[in-house]
Design a protein around this ligand. Sequence first.
Ligand SMILES: Cc1cc2nc3c(=O)[nH]c(=O)nc-3n(C[C@H](O)[C@H](O)[C@H](O)COP(=O)(O)OP(=O)(O)OC[C@H]3O[C@@H](n4cnc5c(N)ncnc54)[C@H](O)[C@@H]3O)c2cc1C
Length: 380
Amino acid sequence: MDTFSTKYDYLIVGSGLFGATFAYQAHKAGKRCLVIDKRPHLGGNVYCEEMEGIHVHKYGAHIFHTSNKEVWKFVNSIVEFNRYTNCPVANYQGKLYNLPFNMNTFYQMWGVTTPDAALAKIEEQKAEALNSLHGREPQNLEEQALTLVGKDIYEKLIKGYTEKQWGRSCTELPAFIIRRLPVRLIFDNNYFNDKYQGIPIGGYNKLIEGLLKGVECKTGVDFFHSEFRDWRKYADKLVYTGPIDEFYDYRFGKLDWRTVSFETEVIDTPNYQGNAVVNYTEREIPFTRVIEHKHFEMFGQEVYDCPKTIISKEFSTEYKPGMEPYYPVNDERNNRLAEQYRGLAIQEKDVIFGGRLAEYKYYDMAPVIEQVLAHFNTKI
Ligand SMILES: Cc1cc2nc3c(=O)[nH]c(=O)nc-3n(C[C@H](O)[C@H](O)[C@H](O)COP(=O)(O)OP(=O)(O)OC[C@H]3O[C@@H](n4cnc5c(N)ncnc54)[C@H](O)[C@@H]3O)c2cc1C
C-alpha cells in the first residue's frame, strides 16, 4: 500500500469534470493536489472505453454544448473539439422523424412543405385538444402535451418515449414536467440552440488526461473506505464531488436517483443506423435510444474505414442502491432532504462541495466547468 507522507493543498474526491477541472486550475495556481476516485479509471461519467477502435461512452452519450465563449475556449485549450452536431432521429413503428420538432418532422408527419401549412396543422390539433378540456387546466402530462403540440406529434414522438423514461403512463405524470415543447418552423435538425458544440478530438479521455496532466491521481480508492477518510492528515482542504448524503452518513435519509442501464453490442457492419442517436418512441420497444458511438467522432469515409461498429441500447431503469446514480429526483421529499444536507455543507469551512452528486443537481458538462472557472475567477 502506498504511503502519502506529503501534505497536499487539496484532496479531491472524484475525477469527473468537476474534480478534474478543479485539479487543473489548482495545479496551475501552484497548489498541490491529490485526486482519488473509487472507479478503476479517471473521468467520472465522461469516461470512454475503447472497443474496436471506437470510443464508447460507457456512462451514456455525452455531447458537449455551450454558448459560453470562455468555457468553449477553455476546453479547446486542453483539447481541440470536432464539428459533431447532435441531430437525433426518432423511430416510431419503423418510420423515421427528425428531431427536434422542425419543418423536416412536419413534412415527414403530414407532407406539409411550408411553415404556414405546418403551423396551420399544429394549431388545428392544439385547438382540438383545448376544446376537449372545456376551459379547465391540463391535469396531467398527456393533456398538457396535447395542448402544446397536438395529437400526432404527441402520440408518435412523445407518449411512448416519456412513458418509458418515467416508467409511468403519461396520464399519471404531472403536467408541469412538460412546460414548453418548442417547435421550429425552419428546416433545422440541430438539437441544441447553443453557439458551440462538439466532441473532443480523440475522445473525452483526452480532455481528462489534459486536465489532470502533472496531477497526482489514484483510482480504485473509495474515500469512505480508505485512509483518506481522515483527510485533514493529508490536505488543508477537501474538494468533495461524491453524493452529499453519503458524506453525512445518510443521517437524514437516502436521496433517490433515476438511472439508465445500457446493453452494448459489437456489430459486424461499419454503419448500423447512420446516426449517433436514434430514439425509439413507441412504448412496445423496451429501450429508449440506440447510440452508435462511432458517429460522434468518425465522419464520411472514416465510418467505413473502421469495419465494425458499437451500439448501446439505453433502458430507463428504477434506481436501486449499488446502481449508478444518474439523475436527481426533484420531488418534494428529495428536494427537502437535499436542502437539509446543503444546510450542513455550507457550515463546512474547509470542504468544497461541487458537481452533480455533491449538489444533488443535474448539470450539463459546460456549467460544471463554468462553476470551477468562476471559483478560480479565470479569464483566458
Ligand atoms: C446518462 C447521462 C448523459 C449525459 N449526457 C450529457 C450530455 O450529452 N451533455 C452534457 O453536457 N452533459 C451530459 N451529462 C451530464 C454530465 O455527465 C455531468 O455534467 C458531469 O459528469 C458532471 O461531472 P461531475 O464531476 O460532477 O460528476 P461525475 O462525472 O459523476 O464525477 C464524480 C466522480 O466522483 C467519484 N466518486 C464518488 N464518490 C466517491 C468516493 N466515495 N470516493 C472516491 N470517488 C468517488 C465517482 O466515481 C465519479 O468518478 C449526462 C449525464 C448523464 C447521467
